[in-house]
Design a protein around this ligand. Structure first.
Ligand code: NAD
Length: 492
């Protein structure tokens, strides 16, 4: 697959659907190279996909759970069999290092398996016999789900939605991001092939396709991962038809380093560095600002740089020595650079981290040298905004209470982490406003698909992963069988 040009089509009703227009996807490592083409679907194509998903829903929701699981397990096996090729394609179109692409597919499979293993129990009717008869509490499928996903983890953030939605009896139309549309489409093709036509459909395109997916009256639920600003448009688009919604949005995750953190613990320090720079910092749950107790600040910065300089090796995603690839697209690279420049212009010190393994390649692609920003202010854009790239500010704090205040001083609340002696760290964690707080680790290193994941404040609505991530695709349906059928206070 490595050098061939990939051409993707939409999938509607189990068939490849030819769009009139196609958009190229470049390779961020070698921007002159086109990796492949994805369709630019129209609003009409999107309506067609939604209609098909809507028509298929009534039969799919009645399909026995055992059959749904069997089909999903078969898809899992086929994705496993094709992992090397899919990972390679993902690295070419995305820019993430090959180990990182393989890791993303691994986490996706882990979740899909978890969903298969647990869906039967989650959907089990609860039957309550009580003093007035009995009540059955059932979990019903919701209907057509529109799934809209971003470019940074295209496969895991799609399968996180597809697996529970289909297993619980919903049908779906999924739209990947145009900035990494190819590898995820291969995965969706595999899954769609295992299911009856119309159960899983896929369209591609930009905002106008997204607007149809989020406003069409036949869509019952939106499962969106992406930026907070886009989510605001989506909420408005969905308001007229009161849709269910799971929103996984931006974050500005704080890492708090306590006075009892051992700066000489090389493994812990490396975990922290990884939690800042994995996938070139383009992860919603990356640690995006570090706060360090002022009593250890200087030693911390010195040891942090040592660890960062060791772990960060920037270069070709296919070079096995490389840990950090290019940024996914030029717009993002420019945005991250503008935040760094702004901080530097205001007097902060910007220190370059790691090694550039191939200078010519570095200049050719959308590479950025990872940096740490020292001396920024809490109100500077580099601290307030979600940088989503390879740079991180480090700020000192006065005491634990101050650290909590700084961490909570954000419109976001996705994940966070506390680094130090376990009991102390847990105590601090309890006061942080976030969907997840990890102790002595952060980002994907502390992720566990068995537990719910999502944000508070403007980082999101609802949860993915865990049993909650399956339940999110169901509605509660109460079947009440009362013994006393007449209410005594209503006159005859
Ligand atoms: P984005 O919001 O620009 O795009 C996400 C998706 O929405 C894309 O498929 C895009 O085409 C589509 N879209 C754009 N405009 C739309 C509209 N008006 N209506 C409907 N859909 C529309 O996000 P991005 O740049 O692709 O991804 C980066 C963002 O995603 C970051 O903010 C990151 O934090 C967030 N993210 C969050 C999580 C999480 O789990 N919380 C995970 C990964 C990424």
């Amino acid at each position: 697959m490595s050098e061939s040009l990939i051409k993707i089509e939409a999938i509607i009703n189990g068939e490849k659907y030819k769009a009139e227009k196609q958009a190229p996807r470049e390779n961020p490592t070698h921007p002159d190279e086109i990796v492949g083409y994805a369709p630019v679907n129209t609003v009409e194509d999107t309506i067609r996909a939604i209609d098909v998903a809507h028509d298929t829903f009534t039969t799919w929701r009645e399909t026995p759970i055992e059959e749904r699981i069997k089909r999903m397990r078969s898809a899992i096996q086929k994705i496993k069999d094709n992992t090397p090729e899919i990972a390679e394609l993902l690295s070419r179109e995305h820019g993430k290092a090959l180990y990182d692409s393989e890791g993303e597919i691994g986490v996706s499979l882990m979740w899909m398996e978890y969903a298969c293993d647990n869906v039967t129990e989650v959907l089990k009717n609860e039957v309550q016999a009580h003093d007035n008869g009995k009540t059955i509490i059932a979990k019903d499928a919701i209907g057509v789900v529109s799934a809209i996903t971003p470019w940074n983890y295209p496969i895991s953030l799609s399968t996180i939605k597809v697996a529970p939605a289909l297993l619980t009896g919903n049908t779906m139309v999924l739209k990947p991001s145009p900035l990494a549309p190819l590898a995820v489409s291969k995965v969706i093709e595999i899954i769609a092939d295992e299911f009856p036509p119309g159960v899983l459909n896929m369209v591609h395109g930009e905002a106008e396709v997204g607007v149809e997916l989020t406003s069409n009256p036949k869509v019952a639920k939106i499962a969106f991962t992406g930026g907070t600003d886009t989510a605001k448009h989506i909420m408005k688009a969905a308001a007229d038809t009161i849709k269910h919604m799971t929103l996984e949005l931006g974050g500005n995750d704080a890492a708090i380093v306590l006075r009892d953190f051992d700066v000489n613990d090389e493994k812990a320090m490396r975990r922290l560095v990884i939690s800042n720079f994995l996938t070139a910092g383009q992860i919603c749950m990356i640690a995006k600002r570090i706060y360090v107790d002022k009593s250890i600040y200087d030693q911390f910065v010195e040891k942090y740089m040592e660890a960062a300089n060791k772990w960060i090796r920037v270069g070709d995603p296919f070079d096995e020595n490389v840990t950090v690839g290019p940024v996914n697209n030029q717009k993002q690279a420019k945005y991250v650079q503008s935040l760094v420049d702004d901080a530097e212009g205001k007097g902060a010190k910007v220190v370059k981290l790691g090694k550039i393994l191939d200078q010519d390649l570095f200049e050719e692609g959308y590479f950025m040298q990872p940096t740490v920003v020292l001396g920024a202010d809490q109100n500077d854009p580099i601290v307030v905004k979600e940088q989503f790239g390879p740079t991180v500010p480090i700020l000192p704090f006065e005491n634990d209470q101050h650290a909590i205040e700084l961490a909570n001083d954000s419109i976001f609340g996705l994940t966070s982490s506390v680094w130090g002696k376990e009991e102390h760290a847990i105590e601090i964690a309890k006061h942080i406003q976030a969907g997840t707080t990890m102790i002595n680790t952060a980002a994907i290193q502390g992720l566990d698909v068995r537990f719910p994941f999502g944000g508070v404040k403007q980082s999101g609505v609802g949860r993915e992963y865990g049993k909650e991530g399956i339940l999110a695709y169901t509605d509660t349906h109460v079947i009440n069988v009362p013994e006393n059928l007449d209410l005594p206070y209503i006159p005859e």
